[in-house]
Design a binder for this molecule. Sequence first.
Ligand SMILES: Nc1nc2c(c(=O)[nH]1)N(C=O)[C@@H](CNc1ccc(C(=O)N[C@@H](CCC(=O)O)C(=O)O)cc1)CN2
Ligand SMILES: Nc1ncnc2c1ncn2[C@@H]1O[C@H](COP(=O)(O)OP(=O)(O)OP(=O)(O)O)[C@@H](O)[C@H]1O
Length: 188
Amino acid sequence: MNVDALADAKQVARREALARRKAAHSTDRGAGAGRLSELLAGHRGVPLSGYMPIRSEIDPRPAMAEASAYGPVAIPVIEGPGLPLHFALWEPEMPLVEGPFGACIPAEPQYVTPEILIVPLVAFTRAGARLGYGGGFYDRTLAKLRGEGAVLAIGFAYAAQEAEALPHDPNDQPLDLIVTETEVISPA
Ligand SMILES: Nc1nc2c(c(=O)[nH]1)N(C=O)[C@@H](CNc1ccc(C(=O)N[C@@H](CCC(=O)O)C(=O)O)cc1)CN2
Ligand SMILES: Nc1ncnc2c1ncn2[C@@H]1O[C@H](COP(=O)(O)OP(=O)(O)OP(=O)(O)O)[C@@H](O)[C@H]1O
């Protein structure tokens, strides 16, 4: 597939998955964060990044709050287009300001390097493929962190965001695990 056709295929997959995510969000009872907490309990004290949910993203904050009692928890900060994300320490109830694209960031960021990343997404496959909003931010960030040491990338999503297959390119970074409100998926 050429570059334009690939970008178009990603846009179509995004649009379809976002419609399913919105429907799942409207009936969400919070079961996903409980499952995420159980998984994270096996990694206590390891520096972790979560995210501040935007739009209809599944909310990881209850699991982040629990993890913050045992070790550092951070949230992503965009440094600029084409750059990897940085991660700033987060605690429940801390003062936040609105960052680029509407995701909140700490008012006074203190940067850390996470070893476990809870990764927001638009669509995923059981094989560990991920589609985001199209900025390439997590792809660049995971490529950099994986070049520096061991990282665990945990996709967090509604089960309805699963796709049979997704258009992919060489820059796409795979997920090591996927947690949904119904299961934990370990890509083969
Ligand atoms: N909660 C949350 N925080 C996050 C992310 C995320 O996906 N979720 N990010 C993960 O990277 C970064 C924000 N990245 C984003 C990049 C693009 C768009 C966005 O809205 N893009 C446009 C169109 C993009 C395109 O050209 O296709 C859009 O969707 O309308 C949103 C967030 C950092 N923080
Ligand atoms: N490691 C990288 N180096 C350079 N460019 C990259 C890298 N990773 C991704 N890109 C570029 O970023 C752009 C967006 O990528 P893609 O559509 O896969 O983003 P996404 O995974 O949906 O978004 P995000 O990771 O921000 O949630 C593409 O043009 C892609 O080639």
